[in-house]
Design a protein around this ligand. Structure first.
Ligand code: SF4
Length: 155
């Protein structure tokens, strides 16, 4: 990923983290956000987020299921530093649902503006689609590759 582009996307992550921290949503550490089918949601992410996630992601089971995130191990996220927007914004806290949507919309709009500015095109898909496509693209496990989450959407 182009370093300048990467920096721009990470700036959006930092803004999102600050907005979430300011809102102080409650986390019950239930792990629900990462068990998609069980709790009725899908983690969408842009190609930018998938690229950043896979740059530093630990090894994971493949192919990736639509049902749960392969980076959740024993209830903990093993890709925390590079987790996509959806993972940064989604909380079960009922008082955070409205701010969550507003933060998500603003962040995705910023990523789309970056895509326009750099003329990268816009790819936005569920986590399993992104990870399995990356796997097919390299034809080999991507866990150690230097190559290329988001939004959780109720289904
Ligand atoms: S990457 Fe996101 S969905 Fe996956 S374990 Fe981490 S926080 Fe959960």
């Amino acid at each position: 990923m182009d370093p300048e582009l990467r920096t721009r996307v990470l700036e959006v992550y930092a803004e999102v983290d600050a907005a979430v921290a300011a809102a102080k949503p409650r986390c019950d550490a239930s792990g629900r956000c990462c068990r998609f089918t069980e709790y009725g949601h899908t983690l969408f992410l842009s190609q930018f987020e998938a690229d950043i996630l896979l740059e530093t992601a630990p090894a994971y089971s493949k192919p990736v299921s639509r049902d749960f995130c392969p980076f959740q191990v024993q209830g903990l996220c093993t890709a925390r530093e590079s987790r996509p927007l959806g993972c940064r914004i989604y909380f079960c806290d009922p008082t955070f649902q409205e701010p969550q949507h507003a933060i998500t919309e603003a962040a995705v709009a910023k990523l789309k503006a970056i895509a326009d500015e750099y003329d990268t095109g816009w790819n936005y898909a569920p986590l399993h689609t992104m990870l399995n496509a990356a796997e097919r693209a390299v034809g080999a496990p991507v866990s150690n590759a230097r190559m290329p989450l988001s939004v959780l959407t109720d289904v």
